[in-house]
Design a protein around this ligand. Structure first.
Ligand SMILES: [Zn+2]
Length: 193
């Protein structure tokens, strides 16, 4: 039934989004790819252990799942998405790990936690056991190996803090070794990780 609804929408309103929704539906329901995940998942994204992916939802998250292709979410040890997590194509979140000894046995670790309103740039990688705080930003191509605090901006390989967002929502600027919000005139101590 849902297929016909999506097909009618696609025929009468052939937007890119409706096209992708229809393709996602066919790939998930007819071919069984990512079929155990309750949302529309982009047809080029791979979800491993999808039942271990927990999410609060929100329009940005639903839209990212649907339209950001080429993502890889390996949830063997669990991935938690907060509310309205926004992510670009090609993001990889890897909760699984293997031992360094030659057995390469699967290793248990804490789940990856992504807080509310986090934005993850294209091709960023978040590794096992990492928590990303609420309202943080992960720059494109970053490889995040350590926890990210709330309101922090991180980038690079391995990811390091390069900026700070004010609680008012605006990006702060570095001023004499400290972070300052020009709107609120809030000053934070500069903490470089
Ligand atoms: Zn501010």
């Amino acid at each position: 039934m849902k297929f016909f609804v999506l097909l009618v929408k696609r025929l009468f309103r052939p937007s890119k989004r409706n096209n992708i929704r229809l393709i996602n539906h066919i790939v998930q329901k007819w071919f069984g790819v990512n079929s155990k995940f309750p949302l529309s998942v982009h047809y080029t994204t791979t979800l491993a252990s999808p039942s271990n992916i927990k999410f609060k939802g929100g329009e940005k998250f639903i839209s990212s799942m649907e339209s950001s292709g080429g993502c890889y979410f390996s949830a063997v040890n669990g991935i938690y998405f907060g509310h309205n997590v926004l992510f670009a194509p090609g993001v990889r979140i890897i909760s699984g790990n293997h031992s360094m000894d030659i057995s390469r046995a699967a290793v248990k670790s804490d789940p990856v936690k992504v807080g509310d309103n986090v934005w993850i740039g294209t091709s960023a990688v978040i590794l096992s056991g990492v928590s990303v705080g609420d309202n943080a930003v992960v720059g494109a191509g970053a490889v995040v190996t350590k926890n990210v605090g709330e309101y922090e901006i991180v980038a690079g390989v391995p990811a390091a803090k390069i900026g700070q967002i004010c609680t008012c929502g605006l990006q702060m600027h570095e001023s004499i070794g400290r972070w300052r919000c020009s709107t609120c005139d809030v000053v934070n101590d500069f903490e470089k990780k």
